[in-house]
Design a protein around this ligand. Structure first.
Ligand code: HEM
Length: 497
């Protein structure tokens, strides 16, 4: 009996061991790479490199891997391989020189569930639908603001609200993040929904909290695990589920905006992006190019998320860097004094006469490193990149951190130095490796709007206030890294000038 039990026990263990051996065998067979395929750190049989990248600052870890494995290397999570590309020269090769081969987004499990695979909003669509929707969104941004000065005026109006909110603190310490989020969100809300929200509106605050958590989780190891093991993760509890519930909550908010637009739409007089999209959708044949109501909600969501998080986080970093470098803050304020004076609102035309301020804003964007990795791309054909062959269908991630801090491109990559963008005579100079908006066919479509927001909001604030930290408190330059790099919650003091 005992013998039988031991025999049975051995059998169970034997079966388990055999199964494990089989799984390992299948994994290692599946792991065979074609010749010329990039190397990477050793991966565990089932999990791959999950534990390597589950670190606090994954962008730093990944950028450093290039020192060991070269500028193109492979990281595996489960059976999903991603090829990371580092350094300005190699990233340019992928994003610009071979732009057509890397214009598509991959079909990752997480985004396929969030976005409808066939339409995919602006961020996740491909092919004709993406081209048409991108073109339409850029045209609408121009119509409702960039081309006729409307946007500039609405940023100036929003600046006044922002200054009022800051002034209420009478020089006492306060957290600026919520105000900056609201100010920036209101600009894209006016283009997309045709309305702004009061800073104290609980809906707006709730939307921010939902969005911030979702964006953090989308850039976390949970998202990678979901892509690697979707069938398993779909059934497991865990933080990854909040990506879906938060996305749903944001969609519901947008659906309500679309519904109210439909109720009073005047096709001859579109007021904003939603109206313009609804008018375009009336032509049934365009349904194919993503002009459906379902895709309208996804596109609005993309514009709202991409247009809020990035600019507002950059402004937060801007205040941090200028407080850390008071002599640079003084020099910007001296230039504002000289070109604009104390009372007139700043205009975009002033930028051409403010090379130092322009250089500081570029350096803020470089050091802020708001999207430390980048959007993922997919190779649409076998493509030679440097000495490597990237097979068709591979997921490719050109890391922006590796460009913005490339030691071959920047004199002092890890020090805040506006001199990176100035020549010996103090004139502004462009730099090739300045890529916060990425590059190539899929580069940020809101770059024009973002640059306008950064200049007008920042110059407006510095014209009216001198910013400092709470006595004895040092502000941290380390950020919380998800899809974006967010400052830890911080307080500042704003003294009226
Ligand atoms: C400082 C502000 C901003 C930064 C640093 C930034 C950066 C980026 C980056 C790195 C990408 C990925 C590009 C790629 O995959 O190669 C991107 C895509 C995108 N951004 Fe921005 N962005 C900013 C502001 C905005 C604004 C204000 C809007 C809205 C009008 C916007 C809308 C988008 C959209 C829709 C995409 C997807 C484009 C596509 O897939 O074709 N962004 N952005």
């Amino acid at each position: 009996m005992l013998m039988y039990g031991v025999f049975l026990g051995l059998n169970v263990w034997g079966v388990l061991l055999l199964s494990l051996a089989l799984v390992l065998l299948v994994c290692s067979v599946g792991k065979k790479e074609p010749p010329g395929f990039p190397r990477g750190p050793l991966a565990l049989p089932l999990l791959g490199n999950v534990f390597n990248i589950a670190v606090k600052q994954p962008h730093t870890y990944l950028t450093q891997l290039a020192d060991t494995y070269g500028n193109v290397f492979c990281i595996r999570v489960g059976q999903e391989k991603t090829l990371f590309v580092c350094g300005w020269k190699m990233v340019k090769e992928v994003l610009v020189t071979q732009a057509d081969a890397f214009a598509d987004r991959p079909h990752q499990a997480l985004y396929s569930r969030l976005y409808n695979r066939h339409t995919g909003g602006l961020l996740c669509s491909n092919g004709k639908t993406w081209r048409r929707q991108r073109h339409f969104a850029m045209g609408t941004l121009r119509t409702f603001g960039l081309a006729n000065g409307t946007m500039e005026r609405s940023i100036c109006r929003e600046s006044q609200q922002l200054h009022q909110a800051i002034r209420k603190h009478k020089g006492e310490a306060f957290e600026p993040a919520a105000y900056l989020n609201s100010a920036v969100a209101n600009i894209i809300c006016q283009v997309v929904f045709g309305r702004r929200f009061d800073y104290s509106d609980p809906n707006l605050q709730q939307l921010h909290a939902t969005m911030t958590e979702m964006i953090y989780l989308e850039g976390s190891v949970w998202a990678l695990l979901y892509d690697a093991f979707p069938a398993l993760l779909q059934r497991l509890p865990g933080p990854h589920n909040r990506i879906f519930t938060n996305f749903q909550a944001l969609q519901e908010f947008i659906c309500a905006q679309v519904k109210s637009h439909k109720s009073d739409l005047d096709p001859s007089n579109p007021r904003d992006y939603i109206d313009a999209f609804l008018v375009e959708s009336k032509d049934k044949a365009k349904g194919e190019l993503g002009f459906t109501e379902e895709n309208l909600v996804l596109c609005c969501l993309d514009l709202f998320i991409a247009g809020t998080e990035t600019s507002s986080k950059t402004l937060q970093w801007g205040l941090i860097f200028l407080i850390q470098n008071p002599q640079i803050q003084d020099k910007v304020q001296a230039e504002i004094e000289r070109v604009i004076g104390p009372s007139r609102f700043p205009e975009m035309a002033d930028r051409a006469h403010m090379p130092y301020t322009n250089a500081v804003i570029h350096e803020i964007q470089r050091m802020a490193n708001i999207i430390p990795l980048n959007g993922t791309r997919m190779a649409t054909k076998d493509t030679q990149v440097g000495e490597y062959v990237i097979p068709k269908g591979s997921t490719v991630l050109p890391i922006l951190t590796s460009v913005l801090f490339d030691k071959n491109e920047w004199e002092t990559p890890h020090t805040f130095n506006p001199g990176h963008f100035l020549d010996a005579d103090g004139n502004f100079v462009k730099r090739n490796a300045f890529l916060p908006f990425s590059a190539g066919k899929r580069a940020c479509l809101g770059e024009g709007l973002a640059r306008m927001e950064l200049f007008l909001f920042l110059v407006g604030m510095l014209q009216k206030f001198k910013f400092s930290t709470v006595e004895g408190v040092e502000l941290s330059s380390e950020g919380i890294v998800g899809m974006t790099r967010t400052p830890y919650p911080f307080k500042i003091c704003a003294e009226t000038r």
